[in-house]
Design a protein around this ligand. Structure first.
Ligand SMILES: O=C(O)CCC(=O)C(=O)O
Length: 268
């Protein structure tokens, strides 16, 4: 099996693909410095409990735009989809996002309900890209995934999903969310323990959660999104733009760059 088919097959089978060492050590250090600058953190910032977040941070800050145009990233996603892609925005920059509830990132999150699940006319081809700059061993940096949950879900899975999220909701009121690990008994659960520079590409409909943050160093992560030019990508873009914290209009320089590189979604 050649490399291209391997990427596509793995993504099609599980709903995600991991590009290990996507960023070099220099790039990792560069982006950590840029994130520190963004949140006015000192270069020796070492807490793993204080959270900082910038919704749509990649779109808003030009230092991060080279990631959007990264050739390796774009060609990997195009290999997965077999089609050209567009930037669908939905970006974030996080430091120490605490352990999260299980969730999907797409617009219509209940399995089988709503346009995201109707692929008669257009295949759903929208991905979230998660780039981790820190090591599991130092910070707990990890992403929890429920493989295939973009394609399959039964009633027991649904009930278990609700159970864990209900538990985490109440746990957070009394305890640190990072002290409750992630478990799932009715289907396979995959815990990706990240190395600096790892990049996870996943179907926006895949159930996932940020892992527990712990250790002596912060967890740094960068998120963005792409999709093929069809109604699903447009719905996704519209869904996130309806949030106050996302940029409604792209910065003009970015918009022109996206246009030149054929990455601009038509509704911009
Ligand atoms: O913190 C993480 O690694 C995951 C974040 C996440 O689940 C999200 O932004 O949707």
């Amino acid at each position: 099996m050649n490399y291209k088919n391997n990427i596509k097959n793995k993504f099609d089978e599980n709903g995600y693909f991991v590009l290990e060492n996507f960023f070099s050590k220099n790039e990792v250090n560069y982006y950590i410095a840029k994130i520190n600058e963004l949140f006015s953190l000192s270069k020796d910032f070492s807490s793993s409990s204080k959270f900082f977040g910038c919704p749509d941070g990649v779109t808003k800050n030009s230092s991060f735009w080279p990631i959007i145009f990264n050739k390796k990233l774009i060609s990997t996603i195009e290999k997965i989809f077999g089609e050209k892609i567009k930037y669908t925005q939905h970006s974030d920059i996080h430091v120490n996002l605490p352990a999260g509830a299980f969730h999907r990132d797409n617009a219509y999150r209940n399995f089988g309900e709503g346009p995201d699940w109707n692929e008669e006319k257009n295949s759903y081809k929208v991905v979230r890209v998660a780039i981790y700059l820190t090591d599991f061993n130092d910070s707990g940096s990890s992403l929890i995934l429920l493989p295939k949950s973009n394609k399959q879900e039964n009633i027991i899975n649904k009930k278990e999903f609700l159970f864990w999220n209900y538990l985490r909701h109440y746990w957070r009121k009394f305890f640190d969310s990072n002290s409750l690990g992630h478990f799932f008994f009715s289907r396979k659960i995959k815990k990706l323990e990240t190395k600096p520079g790892d990049c996870v590409i996943f179907d926006q409909r895949l159930i996932h959660a940020g892992g527990c943050v712990k250790g002596n160093f912060p967890k740094y992560s960068i998120f963005l999104s792409y999709g093929v030019e069809n109604q699903h990508s447009l719905n996704h873009h519209k869904f996130y733009l309806s949030r106050e914290t996302y940029l409604n209009k792209l910065p003009i320089i970015l918009k022109n760059k996206l246009k030149n590189k054929n990455l601009l979604l038509i509704d911009n």
